[in-house]
Design a protein around this ligand. Structure first.
Ligand SMILES: Cc1cc2nc3c(=O)[nH]c(=O)nc-3n(C[C@H](O)[C@H](O)[C@H](O)COP(=O)(O)OP(=O)(O)OC[C@H]3O[C@@H](n4cnc5c(N)ncnc54)[C@H](O)[C@@H]3O)c2cc1C
Length: 433
């Protein structure tokens, strides 16, 4: 991948293990001049590409505008953890929405995992997809009580019998960290190479006739009611019947309704050198997260590295040395890795909403989906399909999410950051206590 840090600056995508192991892909052209189509999609991550793919398969002419390159946002740089469900846990979801609505939303979210599996299989995307489970580690005795309640709620209210509890011995047999007091294992979880999955979606889009333009950031969006939309870039414009905003944390300036509901949070990842005995760290190829609010998450790669994300930071600016920044968090989880070399270090922006539920909906001819709050590796593909379904007249899935639209962050653009810093400091303190 060519380096185009300008659009997502300082977060080191070029130094990522994903860029180093990316499937070779064609260069997409830059938009120049005027184009017309049925649907214009802003953003070539999994949300935008899945929407484009499903819309094109149903006969629509589709153009995707990407400010950097395909997969340049969170979709190509995330931890690759497949965690069925939403960022908001089942117990909380039922408390907030009641059993029936919570169950309907949760069932859709679980569908996301199967959709990604099916797309990867049907489109023959080589993306190291592994579905051997996800383990959530407990750090405090109170977590164990919460995990029991969560497992009970999943089994009885959500009709989801795929999770099991582990005691301290079981958890530490699965993950060689002294930190875990127990765990909740979801047998349907797993992990994947997110960049190669995203590049595979892009290939399928091109095969289906979608035109993708790279290095073409959308800078203005005009709507003309039933007359459709016009999206402008610095070098051209696209007129279309509908637009989909799928820029997630990197989208600015096109829609206040969309921007005001997410907080971009920088998050950092390292990949170690290949380890002599990786399975000694994580047995059974599980994806692992812990119970902190600012989670540590880790898994093995196909070439035997530990890929580890974690650490809180109260400024949008990246640390000068990402590897050095993440290192203490790796050593906190795995003291036995003290002194190990990191071959790769990078970061990305996670978009978080006030409720930790995604923001999916429509505003006339403009549809949008974003704000998966750290759990969009598979939710994004589902959201893309829901947007395409809605364009086709089947808005049931979109409406389920639209009915729980997260509120805007208080303080608008001006106060979002200071309030965020305060909030993070509070949660980090809670993690430590
Ligand atoms: C470091 C990190 C780790 C994560 N780990 C996990 C994980 O392990 N599991 C999990 O489930 N989720 C994880 N996530 C979250 C997940 O990656 C995202 O929720 C998901 O990828 C969002 O997909 P998307 O397509 O909506 O957005 P993106 O993948 O960010 O795509 C948006 C695209 O839009 C483009 N864009 C933005 N504005 C414009 C514009 N004006 N014009 C043109 N193009 C534009 C961007 O360049 C980008 O390519 C992680 C995120 C990060 C950053």
């Amino acid at each position: 991948m060519a380096a185009v840090e300008g659009f997502n600056s300082g977060l080191g995508m070029a130094g990522s293990w994903y860029a180093a192991t990316a499937t070779p892909s064609p260069r997409d052209p830059v938009l120049a001049g005027e184009e017309t189509c049925d649907l214009v999609v802003v953003g070539a991550g999994c949300t935008g590409l899945a929407a484009a793919l499903f819309a094109a398969r149903r006969g629509r002419s589709v153009i995707v505008l990407e400010g950097g390159e395909v997969g340049w946002g969170a979709s190509g740089r995330n931890g690759g953890q497949i965690i069925p469900g939403l960022r908001k846990g089942a117990v909380e979801l039922v408390q907030a929405l009641g059993a029936e609505r919570a169950r309907a939303l949760f069932a859709l979210a679980v569908e996301a995992r199967d959709l990604v599996r099916d797309l990867a299989t049907d489109l023959q995307i080589d993306c190291d997809l592994t579905l051997k489970g996800h383990l959530l580690g407990a750090l405090k005795p109170a977590d164990l009580r919460d995990f029991e309640a969560e497992a009970e709620c999943l089994a009885t209210v959500m009709d989801y019998p795929h999770v099991r509890l582990l005691d301290r011995q079981g958890a530490q047999a699965a993950v060689a960290t002294p930190e875990f007091l127990g765990a909740l294992v979801d047998d349907l979880g797993g992990h994947l190479h997110p960049l190669n999955y995203t590049l595979g979606l892009a290939r399928a889009c091109r095969d289906a006739g979608v035109r993708i333009f790279a290095h073409s950031p959308a800078i203005a969006l005009e709507t003309a009611g039933a007359g459709g939309v016009t999206v402008r870039t610095s070098g051209g414009r696209v007129r279309a019947g509908h637009a989909i905003l799928a820029g997630d944390a990197l989208l600015t300036g096109l829609s206040r309704r969309v921007n005001s509901r997410i907080m971009p949070v920088a998050n950092y990842i390292v990949a170690t050198e290949p380890l002599a005995d990786p399975q000694a760290l994580i047995a059974g190829d599980l994806a692992v997260t812990d119970s902190r609010f600012v989670v540590d998450y880790f898994r093995l790669t196909r070439d035997g590295r530990l890929l580890f994300g974690g650490g809180e930071r109260y400024t949008p600016d990246p640390p000068p040395d990402i590897g050095r920044f993440v290192c203490p968090y790796v050593e906190r989880a795995f003291p036995q890795l003290a002194g190990v070399c990191f071959d790769h270090a990078w970061g990305g922006l996670v978009s978080v909403t006030m409720t930790r539920l995604p923001h999916i909906g429509r505003d006339g001819p403009v549809l949008f989906a974003h704000g998966y709050s750290g759990q969009g590796a598979v939710l994004s593909s589902l959201a893309g399909r829901l947007l395409a379904d809605a364009l086709d007249g089947d808005a049931a899935g979109l409406e389920r999410f639209a009915a729980v639209e997260p509120p805007p962050f208080p303080g608008g653009d001006l106060l979002r950051w200071p309030l965020y810093v305060l909030g993070m400091a509070w949660y980090a303190l809670r993690d430590r206590l």
